[in-house]
Design a protein around this ligand. Structure first.
Ligand SMILES: NC(=O)c1ccc[n+]([C@@H]2O[C@H](COP(=O)([O-])OP(=O)(O)OC[C@H]3O[C@@H](n4cnc5c(N)ncnc54)[C@H](OP(=O)(O)O)[C@@H]3O)[C@@H](O)[C@H]2O)c1
Length: 376
């Protein structure tokens, strides 16, 4: 029985991870879970999974402690770090959105843990700090999981890697993009995800972040990472080899496949998810992404060319712009405009430590609000 800690257990990936654990009876024990705002759901998860530890990252009521005596409580960033490094923990699933899990991910890797990493923000901003650690990262993101499945077996003669992108809800949209509402943006045609990643999928920033993620995870040249639009999201990634062969990894689009792969790695285990019926795969389509089609995607590629602190600026500017868009304070088309301004104004700074990254992240968020005219 492996002890698993699920950070961000109340989110979309966290809940999918708990479902995968349910589908693998006797193999995994939920050793720890964490939440930020969804206290009620965390309490229900504590009652169901009886973890040894539960981390609340926002101070919660005394009442909830009384109701759920079953787990030991930890609080805040210190609580995350403590739990991530306990000797009893075998696998850490990092699914906290944003950078709140950055330090704890680094600590877990330093402590030699297997980290099933969903949080792309951590790789984007701190990819350069994640290498050469005792532990191992297993990518949860479906595209990177696909590429990992291929490269982990065969890593020579690779000419390029290709990530697929569904294109989000506005791929063939004929209306006025300025007028799209948060509700329209959050309706992704294929994936059910958290709010920020749903908006990022609509702007294609998500795919831009994934190119950066792939760069740090796989150590390939920036220009060897490509993206194709593939609205059906059945093929998650391709690896092209120098002899003309191409390998692809496909599944029904559901994050539980890659989570199941990570939890059971290096074995393949049937957890009862349906297989892909290849005979029904009739209408798979693939298109190039043209420059100018998705401004956020282009901005991410430019930021990767500069790398270093520009990547934290990109991520923070995007996250805050998405937040204020969801609050109804700016229109959808303002998101890339604000990010572009932040990147243009930025002068490279050191991002050698997690604190450097977190401090820059904080500053850029403030600047975005000022730039958007929301505060002075
Ligand atoms: N969803 C997907 O299909 C998918 C696919 C690939 C990669 N990812 C990546 O996986 C990560 C999680 O995505 P998601 O869609 O699962 O997001 P989500 O549904 O918004 O869940 C985020 C989780 O993080 C917790 N959280 C948020 N802010 C926190 C903070 N400051 N401190 C501690 N915990 C905090 C939330 O707790 P509360 O809910 O209790 O507030 C929740 O458990 C993201 O980085 C995303 O890019 C997601």
């Amino acid at each position: 029985m492996k002890n698993v800690v699920v950070f961000g257990s109340t989110g979309s990936i966290g809940r999918a991870t708990l479902d995968v654990i349910d589908r693998n009876p006797g193999k995994f024990s939920v050793y720890g879970i964490s939440a930020c705002k969804q206290e009620g759901l965390l309490i229900r998860q504590i009652k169901k999974y009886r973890p040894k530890f539960a981390v609340f990252t926002e101070k919660n009521s005394e009442k909830s402690r009384v109701k759920t005596k079953k787990a030991k409580y930890l609080y805040g960033e210190d609580g995350l770090e403590f739990l991530a490094t306990l000797p009893e923990v075998d696998i850490v699933v990092m699914a906290i959105s944003g950078l709140a899990g950055l330090k704890c991910t680094l600590k877990a890797l330093e402590a030699g843990k297997i980290v099933a990493l969903a949080t792309k923000e951590i790789i984007v901003c701190a990819g350069h700090l994640l290498t050469d650690k005792k532990g191992k990262i297993l990518p949860v993101d479906s595209e990177h999981n696909a590429i990992f499945q291929i490269l982990n077996r065969e890593n020579s003669g690779v000419s390029s890697i290709i990530l697929t992108a569904s294109g989000g809800p506005f791929l063939n949209y004929k209306g006025d993009i300025k007028k799209v509402s948060p509700e329209q943006v959050l309706k992704h045609p294929v994936w059910k995800m958290g709010k920020r990643i749903s908006v990022d999928s609509a702007t294609m920033m998500n795919k831009g972040l994934e190119i950066i993620e792939a760069f740090y995870l796989f150590g390939v040249k920036k220009e060897s990472i490509k993206v194709v639009l593939h609205p059906q999201a059945i093929v998650h990634g391709f690896v092209k080899f120098c002899d003309g062969f191409v390998k692809a990894v496909c599944s029904i689009p559901d994050m539980r496949y890659s989570i199941n792969y990570c939890l059971n790695f290096p074995l393949r285990v049937d957890c009862g998810l349906p297989g892909l019926d290849v005979s029904k795969m009739r209408n798979l389509s693939f298109y190039d992404v043209r420059a100018g089609m998705f401004p956020c995607f282009d901005l991410a590629k430019e930021a990767l060319k500069k790398a270093g602190s520009y990547l934290t600026v990109l991520n923070a500017a995007d996250e805050e712009s998405v937040k204020i868009f969801l609050e109804g304070l700016i229109s959808f088309d303002k998101i890339p405009i604000l990010i572009e301004k932040m990147l243009a104004k930025h002068k490279r700074v050191s991002v050698d430590t997690p604190d450097d990254i977190l401090s820059l992240d904080f500053q850029i968020r403030e600047k975005i609000r000022i730039e958007a005219g929301l505060c002075r």
